[in-house]
Design a protein around this ligand. Structure first.
Ligand SMILES: C[S@@+](CC[C@H](N)C(=O)[O-])C[C@H]1O[C@@H](n2cnc3c(N)ncnc32)[C@H](O)[C@@H]1O
Length: 264
């Protein structure tokens, strides 16, 4: 590799730098290590320069590369979608164990939850909604890539569902960030605000979903939510007060953010 390349990459994390170079060359990281003699062309170096500059300004690597891995599959992401997080994979593990036949994913974003479930539970029928048409378009593209048969629809929470529609399980990773939390990194400023923030200490959408979900759940069905661990107790109290749910499982060190509410 040209010496100028390493000078170029020096200000950013080494792994990020290698992933950017690999993306521009259309190779994987193993190729970079196996071919130190590879002579990077001027055009490639210019592209690397532009992407490294974006990273230096704090833009998340997933937006720069245009994709992010989730549960061993690669998902397209754009500035209209949240970047899938590894902690959300705990929801998938919970749901696989429950083996529901019909699933609704609320706030599907890139479609990472719905599509992963479609591949891991091929017998299940899956519907996914989001308020954002732009996010839904990305989710549809991802579903096409993985040939996942999912019914995607635009809806504000469950408002656009037919009254008769019922599911064995509703899963939701809705916005739950309280704008006052001071421990958030700077990278989330690049992500869509309507995918992150919620009023009422971050619980506005989760509480609304708890109110709406019972009308769309089959007997013995579950509502699986992601929320910050500090919010779990309040969510459980709220869900119990509605009289519709009991807590089947709350977050712990292993499935930290996944909360399972069981319909009474
Ligand atoms: C935290 S992101 C989760 C995206 C994806 N499910 C994931 O786990 O990576 C929340 C998603 O909820 C969507 N959303 C926000 N408010 C909504 C609402 N009222 N009804 C439906 N979807 C909503 C956002 O557009 C965003 O795609």
């Amino acid at each position: 590799m040209n010496a100028s390349l390493w000078i170029e990459l020096a200000p950013i994390d080494r792994l990020d730098g290698e992933l950017i170079v690999a993306e521009v060359l259309g190779k994987d990281r193993a190729f970079l290590h196996a071919h130190p003699e590879y002579n990077i062309k001027k055009k490639e170096l210019e592209k690397i320069h532009a992407l490294v500059n974006r990273r230096k300004l704090g833009e998340p690597l997933a937006y720069i590369l245009g994709h992010k891995e989730f549960y061993d599959r690669d998902f397209k992401v754009t500035s209209s979608t949240l970047i899938p997080r590894p902690e959300t994979e705990a929801l998938i593990t919970e749901i696989i164990n429950l083996r529901p036949q019909t699933i609704l994913d609320v706030g599907t974003g890139s479609g990472c939850i719905a599509i992963t479930l479609a591949k891991e539970l091929p017998e299940a029928e899956i519907t996914a909604v989001d308020i954002s048409e732009d996010a839904l378009n990305v989710a549809r593209e991802n579903a096409k890539t993985y040939q996942a048969d999912i019914d995607f629809r635009q809806s504000d929470l469950l408002k656009n569902l037919a009254k008769t529609e019922k599911y064995d399980l509703i899963v939701a990773n809705l916005p739950y960030v309280d704008a006052n939390w001071d421990w958030l990194g700077t990278e989330i400023s690049f992500e869509p605000k309507n995918a992150l923030y919620a009023k009422d200490g971050g619980l506005e959408f989760i509480k609304k979903l708890i109110d709406q979900a019972p009308d769309h759940l089959n007997p013995d069905a579950c509502l699986v939510l992601e929320a910050d661990i500090t919010q779990h107790q309040e969510i459980i109290k709220y869900a119990q007060r509605t009289g519709s749910f009991s807590c089947a499982k709350k977050g712990d060190e292993n499935s930290a953010l996944a909360l399972v509410l069981q319909l009474r």
